[in-house]
Design a protein around this ligand. Structure first.
Ligand code: ATP
Length: 299
């Protein structure tokens, strides 16, 4: 069944899953069907929020396929307005946390609670409206830059679009194009670099102004000047919002209120950057390793 309103975030995640996991059309339809199985509970109410919410994962168990458990008893809280970052090896289950927060899948055991409300009891539309994601790969439509920034906010004015673009530091680049905000982008238009696409995603998120944010950091390395700039912009966007950062590089997480270290579907360490360094465990090892490998580049 075709929905009239499909949030961009949903498309982004589906697109990424298709890219990551699927090789043929049959499987794609299986995935779409699976997503449709997550239905609103009878009498589901809109998620009620009065400002940035606290988010809690309580003993969450989850498997995409019954034979292969992915999350095995994950519990943590993001207090209202704070930032929690998740690090850990590839396949640990970090991005799965963000898919579950969007309720693209239902969990098998435990609860995910936003502002005291179990996400299974609220409407999916209200849930997905409350969350903004800056994904690894931003999906751009074959349309104008203005359309791509305003996507989902049909009532946004040109002034608001430009304001968001300025804050995401992409305005000057757009203004320098002969057709400005009317420049076509995407497959058949202007090709944007990874950093420029991320800035469009940041501008889109700024315009949406959601109380809850997810940053799924790009795995593909940006050059370090670009990366530092993007990180500064992300920090500014996250100010005062409840934020989950899925981090692939440790440099992004240093300022988080709490860092969770995941391995094979479990949280194996948690604390602030300095607490985790002092503990001398997994995080400290990862930090030392990354630091060592970064030294030759920064010399
Ligand atoms: P990375 O750092 O590489 O992005 P991650 O920690 O974010 O890894 P996830 O994307 O959460 O890892 O994946 C956790 C596990 O779940 C992986 O083993 C992955 O193969 C599996 N997985 C992810 N998506 C699906 C899916 N749609 N169906 C089945 N298994 C999946």
């Amino acid at each position: 069944m075709i929905q009239i309103y499909i949030p961009l975030n949903f498309l982004g995640v589906v697109y990424r899953e298709i890219k990551q996991n699927l090789t043929d059309l049959d499987k794609m339809f299986t995935l779409m069907d699976r997503h449709q199985e997550v239905a609103d509970a009878p009498g589901a109410a809109p998620l009620a929020l009065s400002g940035p919410p606290a988010v809690r994962f309580e003993d969450v168990h989850f498997a995409y396929e019954p034979a292969r458990p992915i999350l095995q008893g994950v519990s943590f809280e993001i207090p209202a307005g704070q930032t929690v970052a998740v690090v850990g090896p590839s396949g640990a289950g970090k991005s799965t946390l963000s898919r579950l927060l969007f309720r693209f899948y239902d969990i098998q055991q435990g609860r995910i609670v936003i502002a005291g409300q179990d996400i299974r009891g609220v409407t999916q539309q209200s849930l997905r409206r409350a969350i903004g994601i800056v994904p690894q790969d931003t999906v751009l439509f074959n349309d104008t830059v203005a359309y791509n920034i305003a996507y989902g906010q049909t009532d946004a004015t040109q002034q608001e679009v430009e304001q968001a673009a300025r804050a995401a530091r992409i305005h000057d680049f757009i203004a320098a194009q002969p057709r400005g905000y009317e420049t076509m982008v995407g497959e058949r238009g202007l090709k944007l670099s990874g950093g420029e696409k991320q800035r469009v995603a940041i501008a889109r998120t700024l315009l949406k102004n959601p109380p809850l944010l997810i940053f799924d950091e790009a795995t593909s390395a940006l050059d370090s000047a670009n990366e530092r700039a993007i990180q500064a912009e992300l920090r500014a966007v996250a100010q005062g919002k409840t934020t989950l950062v899925i981090a692939h590089r440790l440099s992004t997480v240093v300022d988080a209120h709490q860092i969770l270290v995941m391995d094979a579907g479990r949280i194996v360490e948690r604390g602030t950057h300095s607490q985790l360094l002092a503990a001398g465990g997994r995080y400290a090892q990862m930090w030392a390793l990354q630091h060592r490998s970064e030294v030759p580049n920064s010399a």
